[in-house]
Design a protein around this ligand. Sequence first.
Ligand code: ADP
Length: 244
Amino acid sequence: MDKLIEIDKITAAYGNKTVLKDVSLTVWKDDFLGIIGPNGGGKTTLLKVILGLLQPVSGAIRFYQNGVEVSSLRIGYLPQLNNIDRKFPISVWEVVASGLAAEKPRFRSYTAVQKERIEVVIRQMGLEDLYTRSIGELSGGQLQRVLLGRSIVSRPQLLILDEPTRGIDVGAKWEIYNIIIDLAKQGVGIILVSSEMEEIINLSDRILVMCEGQINGCLTKEEATQEKIMNLASEVQVCERTII
Ligand code: ADP
């Protein structure tokens, strides 16, 4: 199996508060990795380290492509919905297109190929009737699909989802799940952080339980039950573990 990311004994902190303690983890190509655990357990901080938004105090993070170490990967990121300013006057098309901004020459418009890619993604997200709609006029589920479109338009090798359906009603949740399942089938590696057990168990191929800045255990889809997850979440970490 091809490895995508190797996290090697990462310790991370905000100021003098240590929130990740010696965390080791391998993320595989085609992985669908769910991460669950109590609030404040360090899940978002681990994502920040992977995204390069937080520099670890110690340890190493290595990226791989076709078995060779590379300096970075294309990673799509869907942050928690409550971090988004919905008053910002920007349309559905513009938000999805902004996911390609880094590839666009400055002060030039998107190329025909990029515009075609944006159209494809808008259709894939089921947003074709909302192209010019301002994001402030969208429901939570529609907005989340717009942001998901932005995070995948650049064809990431890995997609990181932080509580993608928090605050979204059941019907809209399923629209998002189906898109995520399709992306996984297309070979995009996925890391899903969620506090919803059913979501994690139904979608992920393996499930990490994170608690107090450490990984308390890893379960496969077949082994995972709510009870086992609860037990792992309440287990006190006594020794360092490497999860592969
Ligand atoms: P989770 O995603 O599992 O809820 P987080 O990674 O968000 O956990 O938080 C882990 C710990 O780090 C918590 O105690 C939280 O209060 C703290 N924390 C998170 N972000 C910051 C920050 N920017 N500054 C200081 N402490 C933070």
